[in-house]
Write a protein that binds this ligand. Structure first.
Ligand code: ADP
Ligand code: ZN
Length: 745
């Protein structure tokens, strides 16, 4: 029978797969050293050798995925080539639910799993468990002979108001430097004292200040509370006009989740603009929630990360990346303004946080609530087919009426040359201000003018690195590319023909509208709100406060003014260019325009005084304009659906984009063509392109696009995998995959 070999084979080494936050196609195998063999379960965070350095990774196990999404098995590595795990990192293991989620997102977006892990594992946050914090309290009796100074007195006075306080807070309140506090401590006048939990991690109280709900609100809240209690997956669209109380209602689901001892995650499209939201949360629950977005500081980030992991953060409000936090017991996810395109991440791993929130909820056996006044066609379709539940709040809270919307036909009564506000709009704003109410002008374009043109030779000022015009920012005296941020001073002479003072601003940006508004309404106190002028979250909160306090008469803003604000004194909204979003070849141009303008309009007349919205348009007969006037969003979306159905456009089919780019134009074109020739052919599958991208040049890279479109029943992932395996990508060429694209630029 079996022959005994002279060289007895070594017993196989115990191996573990380790996923590293790097763009490898799969986890790498390592040997488990005997000393660690029993302490490397899936999820354990480990340090491993890689080339000549060390990397932090996670012990990985195989996730069962739907067959369409299952990646091919990784190649085997011989025992003899295995390197050993170096150390076990002293940090809580990554929860299974998060590991499953990472695998899912990677398989769906076709991103390397390690790149998805990189969003979830931030090694610098590990191993630094924040111990209890300590601060200062006054000693019960002051030491004899303590020398008193005004600064020292002020420290002790601050501690009489509240004690204990952290060193930083004490210094701030007393208006003294750290040295004064140290001096008092050295003299024995201050004693170290443990501080309570920091505010964002104090437990929200679900019974702190519950609202009194109206009939439809009560029905919706009761339903959402029941779903939240069940602790199983469900998806529900909460649809209601602006000001109907959607926020109020989903906070009731959050209350239920907290009461059940589980954690809730609320995704907001623009967390930096959420000052009013935070206030409302605090009013409802007595504490502020934990937040997670790119602008929180390093220390807050570490504390939040750990508090989410150990369950002490009950509610997290965050941007899309909050989906990758290590929740201990996630019981509810809310996606507010679910139709917003900012939920789609376009750089790195391209994923739609709204859709991945649904996946995350399913993995956590938790309900997800999608809230919107203008739900996306995708979500409406999920309601129609019964995949999602549907709750509706039909009217504004407290009897406030919806604003009336009127079109101004710019062909009939245009503004004078070089001006952009029509007589009708100026009239309406004038009488609004005369009544002591507030008005808003909306234009979704930053800067002074979108195009600078030479009157002598017709030369247009373009970005040297992108297919785009340079936008003039007059206050900053620059021309700027809004795609790559290239800047140059505004030239005095035309760079093409040398003519002097011939460069002319064409078209309006927000800066130019502000100039016109200030000339037209010289007594109005004007506030400009655009992402590049208003500053950080604190500055935005302050601006919002000034509006609420009626320190402002006229707001001029880009899309950041549309975001969910509640300005009770604002009654008139003027949309400077309602047609702006309708150009271009975007599949969802109409849907998006209506969503944005409806949201802007929703800022008007939220309290007693009725609101009015004026839309300046050169195409007033466009279905989008008609729907905005009638308020009949539903009929418009039904028509959209009818138009998308025959061509199997989403949501009736699936899309994936391939973006081929290179600094070398020939290489990009060549790869794009070869991809085109290798395009899959089968019933229900179609490939459009290759074609030069509308943004044919972006940050110096030449770009071509291909678009894969399939019937809904056909998954795009296996097709893309096989397709790409057939084509050799030339050096210096990148192919970015975008499953479910929202941008077609
Ligand atoms: P939406 O999210 O649908 O725009 P909100 O939840 O922001 O609506 O509600 C609009 C305004 O009405 C907010 O100021 C909110 O506090 C108030 N509101 C809504 N419902 C109630 C209620 N039941 N009791 C008290 N105030 C309410
Ligand atoms: Zn550019």
């Amino acid at each position: 029978m079996a022959q005994t070999s002279l060289l007895e084979p070594q017993p196989p080494r115990k191996r573990v797969a380790v996923l590293l936050p790097l763009p490898f196609p799969c986890p790498l195998d390592y040997a488990a050293p005997p000393a660690l063999a029993d302490s490397l379960p899936p999820g354990a965070i480990v340090s491993v050798p890689l080339g000549g350095r060390r990397e932090t990774g996670v012990v990985w196990d195989q996730t069962p995925l739907p067959p369409d999404l299952t990646p091919p098995p990784p190649p085997e590595i011989a025992d003899s080539r295995l390197r050993a795990v170096s150390t076990l990192v002293d940090a809580p293991p990554m929860p299974e639910m998060l590991r499953r989620f990472i695998d899912w997102v990677a398989a769906y977006t076709l991103a390397p799993p390690g790149m998805v892990l990189a969003m979830a594992l931030r090694p610098h946050l590990l191993g630094t468990q924040a111990g209890p914090r300590s601060g200062w309290a006054a000693a019960p009796t002051l030491p004899e002979g303590l020398r008193m100074t005004p600064a020292r007195r002020s420290v002790l006075a601050a501690l009489e108001e509240e004690s204990p306080l952290s060193g930083a807070e004490l210094a701030r309140r007393a208006g003294v430097g750290a040295a004064v506090i140290r001096g008092l401590a050295d003299a024995g006048a201050l004693l170290a004292a443990l501080l309570g939990p920091i505010a964002p991690f104090a437990a929200p109280n679900p019974d702190h200040n519950p609202p009194v709900l109206s009939g439809a609100q009560d029905v919706a809240a009761t339903a959402l509370r029941a779903l939240t209690r069940e602790h199983r997956f469900s998806a529900t669209l909460l649809e209601g006009v602006t000001g109907s109380g959607k926020t109020e209602i989903y906070l009731e689901a959050v209350a239920e989740c907290i009461a059940a001892g589980r954690q809730a995650l609320v995704l907001l499209p623009e967390i930096a603009l959420s000052a009013q939201w935070m206030e409302r949360f605090a009013r409802r629950f007595g504490v502020t929630p934990a937040t997670w977005h790119s602008e929180i500081g390093q220390r807050a980030r570490r504390l939040t990360w750990n508090a989410v992991g150990d369950g002490s953060a009950g509610v997290v409000v965050g941007a899309r990346s909050a989906l990758f936090l290590p929740f201990r017991d996630l019981g509810l996810i809310i996606v507010d303004e679910e139709h917003e395109t900012t939920f789609k991440q376009e750089e790195g791993v391209t994923y739609n946080a709204r859709d991945m929130a649904v996946v995350r909820a399913r993995l956590a056996n938790a309900p997800v609530i999608l809230a919107s006044a203008t739900p996306s066609l995708e979500t409406l379709n999920n309601v129609e087919t019964g995949r999602y539940g549907h709750l509706v709040l039909p009217s504004r809270h407290g009897g406030a009426a919806m604003p009336t919307t009127r079109l101004i036909d710019m062909r009939m009564a245009p503004p004078p040359r070089g001006r952009f506000l029509s007589p009708a709009l100026i009239d309406e704003i004038g009488s609004t201000l005369a009544r002591g109410e507030q008005a808003m002008l909306f234009l979704n374009r930053r800067g002074y003018a979108p195009l600078t043109l030479c009157r002598a030779c017709g030369q247009r000022m373009e970005c040297p690195h992108c297919t785009s015009w340079l936008v003039e920012h007059r206050k900053r005296k620059i021309l700027c590319c809004h795609h790559c941020d290239y800047r140059q001073p505004i030239p005095e002479t035309c760079p093409q023909c040398g003519a002097e003072h011939s460069l002319t601003a064409i078209g309006p940006g927000i800066e130019r509208i502000t100039e016109e508004a200030e000339e037209t309404f010289p007594n109005a106190r004007v506030l400009v709100m655009a992402s590049d002028t208003v500053g950080g979250p604190a500055a935005i909160a302050e601006a919002v406060e000034r509006i609420a306090q009626r320190d402002i008469d006229l707001i001029v803003g880009t899309q950041i003014v549309a975001k969910g604000w509640h300005f009770p004194h604002l009654t008139t909204v003027g949309v400077v260019d309602a047609d702006l979003g309708l150009g271009g070849a975007d599949l969802r141009a109409g849907e998006r325009t209506i969503q944005l303008l409806h949201q802007v309009a929703g800022r008007a007349g939220r309290a007693e005084a009725p609101g009015r919205v004026l839309l300046q348009s050169y195409a007033p007969e466009h279905p989008v304009m008609e729907a905005l006037v009638s308020g009949d969003f539903r009929t418009f979306m039904e028509e959209e659906a009818r138009q998308r159905q025959p061509g199997f456009w989403p949501p009736f089919g699936r899309l994936a984009a391939l973006i081929v780019s290179s600094e070398n134009p020939e290489a990009a074109l060549d790869t794009a063509r070869r991809l085109g020739r290798a395009a899959p052919e089968a019933p229900g599958i179609e490939v459009l392109g290759p074609a030069p991208a509308p943004l044919g040049l972006l940050r110096g890279r030449h770009r071509h696009r291909l678009l894969l479109r399939t019937r809904r029943a056909i998954a795009v992932q296996p097709i893309l995998r096989q397709w790409l395996a057939k084509v050799k990508i030339s050096a210096g060429v990148r192919v970015d995959l975008d499953v479910d694209p929202v941008s077609f630029l």
